[in-house]
Design a protein around this ligand. Structure first.
Ligand SMILES: NC(=O)c1ccc[n+]([C@@H]2O[C@H](COP(=O)([O-])OP(=O)(O)OC[C@H]3O[C@@H](n4cnc5c(N)ncnc54)[C@H](O)[C@@H]3O)[C@@H](O)[C@H]2O)c1
Ligand SMILES: CC(C)CCC[C@@H](C)[C@H]1CC[C@H]2C3=C(CC[C@]12C)[C@@]1(C)CC[C@H](O)[C@@H](C(=O)O)[C@@H]1CC3
Length: 346
């Protein structure tokens, strides 16, 4: 894999959200590549030689300032989980927290900030085929998570200032999967165990992107290493995908069958399921003060399961020299092998 060589001083970096799924994979690869890494996260989920952990909330500027001392490069990949559906939490962490990170980076003399955004910032629940980065932001974002990811991306890209020597870039991954993912495979297996994965929503031909975590990490490191004042990537977003769109239901089936569960077979009309999911979501909002209930089929999940949403990564290929390093087939194999405890009958 082609990477740019950097002087030792620029190899000190911080990963905000480094205890999470993507964050930890990023930390591991950065260590392999000779970076010294500090993790800033609200929780510490592992220990690794060579990594300094600082536990704190990214909304706390003082805590951030101590973590960013002598750091030249910051990766920001922290976010509340999309499934939390908590508007105030998303606004506090993704919007106000990101403003705090930008301010702390500038005050601490950080030179580069790489944000993990999301391709979903342009997704409104309707088909996107080979979407490029020039698609407009979603006018009607499908949930609070997406709404605040849009604001977050705008803040980071607008903060890019070559005169002040503060450079920013955003990576927009889509459907990250891989070992230790707390979201996609566990939710899928949970639904299968409850007998909810018998149905295909829609006709099942919709193509989508699922991106193996190591490719997403590769895109982040390339972005960091190409981020210079004379580079066209300053203040820009880049899609990072596996560049192998796959039918949503084929991907789900491969994971399910790989783990010993039956693949979904029966078809349900998309509009019917979406309408039911919307109704259920409204009901949970109304009943929230009395009962807490988390439906499996949220409007966001149904929209993702029943529409096309795949993106072009030509921009990343051209400006970052990006090329996926792990194929979809290999990524699925590695993912399935990594969840022995979620196998049917385990
Ligand atoms: N998983 C995906 O499919 C996917 C796809 C596109 C983009 N993303 C983005 O990638 C990033 C990482 O996602 P992930 O899947 O690894 O999620 P994750 O939940 O595994 O990791 C997020 C980390 O952020 C930390 N965090 C949350 N609130 C914090 C706070 N207030 N202060 C400090 N740390 C805090 C959490 O403790 C966690 O370790 C997020 O920004 C997410 O929006 C994820
Ligand atoms: C119950 C079934 C219909 C679906 C079970 C699997 C789902 C839990 C996942 C399938 C696609 C996933 C996905 C995300 C979360 C988990 C799924 C819905 C994201 C919404 C997570 C946040 C990211 O920013 C989104 C992105 O743009 O990459 C993800 C899109 C895919």
């Amino acid at each position: 894999m082609m990477m740019v060589c950097l002087p030792q001083s620029s190899k000190r970096c911080a990963v905000i959200g480094g205890s999470g799924f993507l964050g930890r994979h990023l930390v591991e690869k950065l260590l392999d590549r000779g970076y010294s890494v500090s993790v800033f996260d609200i929780r510490q989920s592992y220990e690794l030689p060579g990594v300094t952990f600082l536990q704190g909330d990214l909304c706390d500027k003082q805590a951030l300032l101590s973590a960013l001392k002598d750091i030249s490069l910051v990766f920001h990949c922290a976010s509340p989980p999309p499934a939390s559906d908590d508007r105030l939490l998303f606004e506090r962490v993704n919007i106000q927290g990101t403003q705090t990170i930008i301010q702390a980076c500038i005050d601490a003399g950080v030179q580069k900030l790489v944000l993990t955004s999301s391709a979903s910032v342009v997704f409104e629940g309707t088909d996107i085929k080979n979407g490029k980065e020039d698609l407009p932001y979603a006018k009607k974002p499908i949930d609070y998570y997406t709404q605040t990811k849009i604001e977050q991306e705008k803040l980071v890209l607008e903060a890019c200032d070559k005169q002040k020597g503060f450079l920013t870039v955003a990576i927009r991954p889509h459907g990250i999967f891989g070992p230790r993912d707390p979201q996609l495979v566990p939710t899928l297996v949970d639904a299968a165990r409850q007998g909810k994965m018998k149905f295909i929503i829609g006709d099942g031909t919709n193509l989508v992107d699922f991106t193996y975590v190591e490719n997403v990490v590769h895109g982040h490191i390339l972005a960091a290493e190409h981020l210079r004042a004379d580079s066209p990537i300053c203040g820009k977003p880049y899609h990072i995908t596996n560049d192998e769109p796959i039918r949503f239901w084929d991907f789900m089936s491969e994971i399910l069958v790989g783990l010993g569960y039956a693949a979904p077979r029966l078809h349900l009309p998309y509009r019917l399921v979406y309408g039911l999911a919307l109704l259920l979501w409204l009901l949970t909002c109304i009943l929230r003060p009395f009962v807490s209930f988390k439906p499996t089929f949220t409007p966001m999940r149904v929209a993702l399961a029943g529409t096309y949403h795949y993106y072009s990564c030509e921009g990343a290929k051209e400006h970052l020299g990006y090329k996926p390093v792990v194929s979809l087939k290999k990524g699925i194999e590695r993912t399935v092998e990594s969840y022995p405890h979620l196998r049917h009958g385990a």
